[in-house]
Design a protein around this ligand. Sequence first.
Ligand SMILES: Nc1nc2c(ncn2[C@@H]2O[C@H](COP(=O)(O)OP(=O)(O)O)[C@@H](O)[C@H]2O)c(=O)[nH]1
Ligand SMILES: [Mg+2]
Length: 302
Amino acid sequence: MPINAHPEFLEAEKIYLKAETKEQKIIALKKMISHAPSHKGAENLRAQLKRRLAKLKYANEKEIKKTKSTKSGIKKEDMQAVIIGETGVGKSRLLTTLTNATPKIAETLFERYTTTKPEIGIMNYQGCQIQLIENPAIESKHYDKGLSNSADTVIILFADFAQLERIEKEIKNTKGKRIVVFINKFPEQIRKLKARLESKKYNFVILNLNTKENLEELKEKIFQSFDKIRIYTKEPGKPPDKKRPLVLKPNSTVKHVANKIIRNLKNLKEIRIWGPSSKFSGQVVGLQHELKDLDIVEFRTR
Ligand SMILES: Nc1nc2c(ncn2[C@@H]2O[C@H](COP(=O)(O)OP(=O)(O)O)[C@@H](O)[C@H]2O)c(=O)[nH]1
Ligand SMILES: [Mg+2]
């Protein structure tokens, strides 16, 4: 830590160390540089930060090039789900409900093809940033097949089984996990529908956007589909930071977390965990301990 560091520098450094994407890191690094100590003794630090920024920018550009989907040129985020379905089923309305996006929603049930290009939104789910994209109606010329094929998860909206069958024929080449969502626009025989979805072993949600019934279930299913775990960290004597989990691959160890938030592992004195992977609350563990979704990790340093 530099001597006489500005509080804003320290704050930016914290964000930098926790950042998951290159973009987030770049923003935080720029902030660190602008608040770095200006005295001569910190010359090395400033040079080092600038080098790191240049390297990150280069790597980021390369990544953007690589991840652009062919037709629409959308930059794929770490967790991406694409919403698909026929016109008027409620894709835009769902995107508006789940994210910050504001696509045009059809005003009447008879208005068709209101979405003519993919609409992108970010869903913040318990501090995890998930990219949700509405693909224009699957039967229209605006539909972007490549986008659905490369998505981590495909969310299929349907209003009846004939629709669901038509859609399934169209998406043979998708590689992502599937969640089928029945939008309950009109009172229906939900019980029968549910039995049929269950018997065919669908990963499904029956959603009512007016009452918001099962909306949380859908959000959790979306997160689960990416096969990631959420890890909260805490400082001794303080509650965990529930707003910003680290999102990691399953089977990550305490060491993965330590590497992200502790500068020098030699300073580590004790690690305690709470949650699904702990035998009891506050169990002391080593760096090789394997974590589970929703664990809380506390690092005590010298
Ligand atoms: N009653 C009701 N209407 C809905 C629901 N979802 C969508 N709609 C209506 O259906 C129409 C088409 O919705 P939109 O989101 O534009 O469909 P998209 O073509 O799939 O994007 C609009 O008039 C919506 O207000 C729903 O859950 N309940
Ligand atoms: Mg739409």
